[in-house]
Design a protein around this ligand. Structure first.
Ligand code: ZN
Length: 285
């Protein structure tokens, strides 16, 4: 199942790429707010599974694939956004960080969220790319067992943890959260893909490219703390809530660690892809 934000309304994307408006198809039981799916995620999934192809064919433009420009962030107002630093082995090596006993955790403020087909204004400084697998929580909890962690996941998205490196690194301590939260600095999408559509969520190809030139190319199996371990360690401290997002860290190949360093420029297009999840496009000006 693929759950999208289409023109600000909760939608399901069918196998041929068309959209079903959830509020209309459920007679108002769910939707139209994309966040309404998380009021009772299990009930929403149970309802969505009863939808047949007949329902998918209903509606004016049901047969046409969705125009990506109409897609917003699938989870537009999460209660919490967690982001993990230095969570891929090769990226830890390029950044020169030794392993820590806890994953480095910061937030990307929710106002930085944008959709899978967005144009982002570059602020002053050096803006860098970080393609990341984003986990969407469906069932919250505190002290979630590693063995039960996947049962708490609504689905997966592609994300970018855009980062302004000057502000992030110029002080005596890293300024992760602010430097990664300019408007549009958290593109996500193209939709939430539920785990039944992801054959092996522990080992997915993950990559990004600028104007077609590959910058990052790895696999999520290279994470230091895998998704269940991140959820266990985060929820040992914090209560996870339905709709929360976890940006799970980026592989090697960021611009700041290149020789010479390379940052995003106006007019460039960043394409970010994760196997079985999808592709998002971010343009810069
Ligand atoms: Zn990151």
């Amino acid at each position: 199942m693929r759950v999208a934000n289409l023109d600000g309304r909760l939608a399901l994307i069918t196998g041929d790429g068309a959209a079903v408006d959830v509020a209309a198809a459920s007679d108002g039981r769910f939707g139209p707010d994309p966040m309404s799916a998380f009021a009772d995620w299990e009930a929403f999934v149970a309802w969505a599974e009863t939808l047949g192809q007949d329902d998918a064919a209903a509606g004016d433009d049901a047969a046409a694939p969705v125009d990506p420009a109409r897609l917003g962030p699938p989870v537009p107002r999460p209660a919490q956004i967690f982001a993990i630093g230095v969570n891929y082995r090769e990226h830890a090596d390029e950044a020169g960080y030794p392993p820590d006993s806890m994953p480095v955790t910061f937030t990307k403020f929710a106002s930085s969220l944008t959709g899978p087909d967005a144009t982002v204004d570059l602020p002053e400084g050096h803006v860098d790319w970080e393609v990341e697998l984003v986990v969407v929580i469906g069932l919250g909890g505190h002290a979630i067992d590693r063995d039960e962690a996947w049962d708490h996941v609504a689905g997966l998205m592609v994300g970018q943890d855009l980062s302004e490196r000057v502000a992030q690194l110029e002080g005596s301590k890293p300024q992760f959260s602010l430097a990664k939260s300019h408007p549009g600095f958290s593109p996500t999408g193209p939709w939430i893909v539920t785990l039944d559509e992801v054959p092996d969520p522990t080992d997915l190809a993950i990559s990004c490219a600028i104007d077609g030139e590959t910058m990052q190319d790895s696999r999520t199996a290279r994470m230091i703390y895998d998704i269940p371990e991140l959820m266990a360690r985060l929820s040992a401290v914090v209560t996870l809530m339905p709709g929360d997002l976890i940006f799970s860290g980026t592989p090697a190949g960021i611009g700041n660690r290149r020789t010479p360093p390379r940052f995003l420029r106006p007019g460039e297009t960043l394409t970010s892809a994760i196997e079985s999840v999808g592709t998002i496009t971010t343009r810069f000006r």
